[in-house]
Ligand binder design. Structure first.
Ligand code: PRP
Ligand code: HPA
Length: 176
């Protein structure tokens, strides 16, 4: 079965994503000039967005990553686990959490509290996609690429059971 056969329809074409990511990069560059932020990518879904955004941030910054897991198929288990933690210290740093999607909000709610407890100077969220209609907890999203409807999406880093992350656009997953 081809990659594309899992796609019901294309929701956001590659060119639109690239244009929006350039705008987000410009905003972050302006807001964080002189603050030397640490960009904490939430593995693995963030990888494509993270690297594209990074090229568009034109101020000094450092990179780090966390890996959390809570999904099984299309459902959040509600239990968030840290599988990999940041390598560097967070204390007194300006943190930008880079996510592919905020859906129920459970993952970022957990991470926000965790990093604030470690004494970060500030923690903000930058997400490519925001699905507000499925929220279970409120999370403050500062930088948002696109608001999307309550549908399960794949591509541009997002998976269904670890597959389809390498599609170059955001598509709605075709349920069998
Ligand atoms: O707002 P939520 O409902 O918590 O969903 C958002 C999270 O779910 C996905 O991660 P997942 O646990 O599937 O891991 P992944 O990044 O490896 O895909 C996604 O990358 C976000 O981190
Ligand atoms: O719509 C989604 N697609 C892929 N991964 C996800 N994690 C939360 N929501 C989604």
């Amino acid at each position: 079965m081809s990659l594309e056969s899992a796609v019901e329809r294309i929701l956001i074409p590659e060119a639109d994503i690239e244009a929006r990511v350039r705008e987000l990069g410009a905003e972050i560059t302006k807001d964080y000039n002189g603050k030397e932020p640490i960009l904490v990518g939430m593995l693995r879904g963030c990888v494509v967005f993270y690297s594209e955004l990074l090229k568009n941030i034109k101020t000094k910054c450092t990179l780090d990553f966390m890996c959390l897991s809570s999904y099984c198929g299309m459902e959040s288990t509600g239990e968030v686990r840290i599988l990999l933690d940041v390598r560097g210290t967070i204390k007194d740093r300006h943190v930008i959490l880079i996510e592919d999607i905020v859906d129920t909000g459970l993952t970022l709610d957990y991470v926000l509290k965790n990093l604030r407890n470690r004494g970060a100077a500030s923690v903000e969220i930058c997400t490519l996609l925001d699905k507000p209609s499925n929220r279970k907890v409120t999370v403050p999203v500062k930088y948002r690429g696109f608001e999307i409807p309550n549908e399960f999406v794949i591509g541009y880093g997002l998976d269904y059971n670890e597959l389809y992350r390498n599609l170059p656009y955001i598509g709605v997953y075709k349920q069998k």
